[in-house]
Design a protein around this ligand. Structure first.
Ligand SMILES: NC(=O)C1=CN([C@@H]2O[C@H](COP(=O)(O)OP(=O)(O)OC[C@H]3O[C@@H](n4cnc5c(N)ncnc54)[C@H](O)[C@@H]3O)[C@@H](O)[C@H]2O)C=CC1
Ligand SMILES: O=C(O)C(=O)COP(=O)(O)O
Length: 530
């Protein structure tokens, strides 16, 4: 997979260091955080990369309009403003910089907990209105000895726990993937949500907004909590059901809320933000100069590393590309794609299971990129002519294969079964089997349908692969059929096994006449453009 990242659009307020690093590395940058949706749609076709924070909504139509787009970078954590499924479908990498703003988001969470417990926001408002007398109404409560329930014990949840423990809070929590022993190490007693709700004085949520967490804190949950429970959301609007929260604030079931995020931003309705028991901030969790500098530098460096083929870091939808960037791996990716294309061209349908065997110690780490490469090559042969022009690559092939119930079973053998350092075999299960290797960076075929090629056959450019009855005149008959064409090589499988397989490589696509001539001397043939 090549990465010609020559131009990047930054459509949100990202620290200038990002621009500097990209430009220093020869990447052209336009930073414009004031583009309307229409302007973005007009601008995006000119760029290989896009960098956003949370404001730009990278919707399916924006992604589809990005005809050159190869990568979308999020200078921050949450990617819910990016249609990741559409990006994956179109083979576009999505990457983020999740660690860069953790401390800032954790600190704002702690700030909101303190503000809610001591009515700092109401006190400040009273002072600005010169209403000193309101101090009587603004009685708070200590955090010391209270219980904080943390839902989501990832990067931010953990940092919040560590900080609030210093106030003497008891920290309990829930996370479906963080084991209880791990959370115990940072002082959080793990328990089920049902156990947690009745125990907590404060709840803070630190999960992504996904179907399982949408409206996680709702009317039923408020009813299970102690009267006056206080809630904090510095994660994503919608994890706390906004309407249920308003009802709970009104009834007193909820004693106060600290909100940094909202279901729509800016909120369509400011009722919650304006509520006297709510301290609200306009999505400021990551808005510190430190966090912004970190995420800007990280995303720029991740882009540059990818453009230079050095490494892929922070991608959330490109597993198959890990280990696939080195010069050597790229040759194997190409071989995998070509074997897949060969399989699709001459092997017909699969049983739904493609077996890929990577032979040789050097291919030990190649499993995921080889499977994706074979799938990309195979699926290209099944694409409808005149389809939506999606180019198959290591990002979208695994997803597309999943949609078509196509699976790859990959196995690794330490020692190569052929006199090469490594080789790859693709087996469609009955209909097709081929083995190839790489030679000076190119792809070559070592065996097809059980027949070996004594001299490896080149898989490149315009190629015709055929099977023909074996006879002494086969080579001259095939040569005669394509006489006058610019043939770069003609390779036959070994004699003696019944029909033989042959591969003819052309410098330019052969004429219809030559194709017809060839059809007259072979049993079956496929013309493939590698
Ligand atoms: N307000 C702001 O400016 C910022 C907001 N965020 C948001 O904060 C949230 C957390 O970020 P990180 O801690 O960096 O993410 P993380 O990925 O490190 O942690 C999220 C945790 O949530 C857990 N989780 C998933 N489903 C869950 C469920 N149903 N119940 C309980 N836990 C569940 C995951 O297992 C994971 O451990 C994200 O939504 C992120 O977008 C992050 C940075 C700044
Ligand atoms: O990183 C995140 O998930 C955030 O919510 C921060 O958003 P922002 O980059 O400040 O628009």
């Amino acid at each position: 997979m090549s990465f010609n990242l020559s131009s990047v659009l930054i459509s949100d307020e990202v620290d200038q260091k990002c621009v500097k690093i990209l430009e220093e590395n020869g990447i052209k940058v336009l930073k414009n955080s004031k583009l309307s949706k229409e302007e973005l749609l007009k601008e995006i076709p000119n760029y290989d990369g896009l960098i956003v924070r949370s404001a730009t909504k990278v919707t399916a139509d924006v992604i589809a309009a990005g005809k050159k787009l190869k990568i979308i970078g999020r200078a921050g954590t949450g990617v819910d403003n990016i249609d990741c499924n559409e990006a994956t479908k179109r083979g576009i990498i999505v990457m983020n910089t999740p660690g860069g703003n953790t401390l800032s988001a954790a600190e704002l969470t702690c700030t909101l907990i303190c503000c809610v417990s001591r009515n700092v926001h109401s006190g400040d408002r009273a002072m600005k209105e010169k209403k000193w007398s309101e101090r009587k109404a603004l009685m708070g409560s200590e955090l010391y000895g209270k219980t904080l329930g943390i839902v989501g014990l990832g990067r931010i949840g953990k940092e919040v726990a560590l900080r609030m423990q210093s106030f003497g809070m008891k920290t309990i929590g829930f996370d479906p993937i963080i084991p209880a022993e791990v959370s115990a190490e940072f002082g959080v007693q793990s328990m089920s949500l049902e156990e947690l709700w009745p125990l907590v004085d404060f709840i803070t949520v630190h999960t992504p907004l996904i179907p399982q967490t949408k409206n996680l804190i709702n009317d039923a949950v408020f009813a299970k909590c102690k009267k006056g429970v206080r809630v904090i959301n510095v994660a994503r609007g919608g994890i706390i059901d906004e309407e249920a929260l308003l009802r709970a604030l009104e009834s007193g079931q909820c004693g106060g809320a600290g909100l940094d995020v909202f279901t729509s931003e800016p909120p369509a309705d400011f009722t919650l933000a304006q509520h006297p028991k709510v301290v609200a901030t306009p999505h400021l969790g990551a808005s510190t100069s430190e966090a912004q500098e970190r995420v800007a530098v990280e995303i720029a460096e991740q882009f540059v590393d990818l453009a230079k083929g050095k490494k892929l870091f922070g991608a959330i939808n490109a597993n198959a590309m890990t280990n696939a960037l080195s010069e050597e791996s790229r040759a194997w990716v190409t071989l995998g794609q070509r074997l897949g294309q060969l399989a699709g061209s001459i092997g017909g349908q699969t049983t739904g299971q493609i077996k890929v065997t990577a032979c040789g110690a050097s291919l030990k780490q190649a499993g995921s990129y080889l499977s994706a490469a074979v799938l990309a090559g195979y699926l290209v042969t099944k694409q409808q002519a005149g389809g939506d022009g999606i180019i198959l690559n290591l990002v979208n092939a695994p997803a597309m294969a999943k949609e078509q119930n196509l699976q790859v079973e990959i196995s690794n053998i330490d020692k190569c079964c052929r006199p090469y350092s490594a080789c790859v075999t693709v087996d469609l299960g009955g209909g097709f089997k081929a083995t190839g290797t790489t030679c000076s960076g190119g792809s070559v075929l070592l065996s097809l349908q059980g027949q070996d090629f004594p001299a490896p056959a080149t898989l490149s450019g315009t190629t015709v692969v055929f099977s023909a009855a074996d006879n002494a005149q086969l080579l001259s008959a095939v040569s005669g059929a394509v006489a006058g064409e610019n043939v770069t090589s003609l390779t036959l499988s070994a004699a003696g096994g019944g029909d033989r397989w042959g591969v003819v490589n052309f410098l330019a696509p052969p004429s219809q006449k030559s194709i017809d001539n060839l059809k007259g001397v072979v049993k079956a043939m496929s013309a493939i453009s590698f």
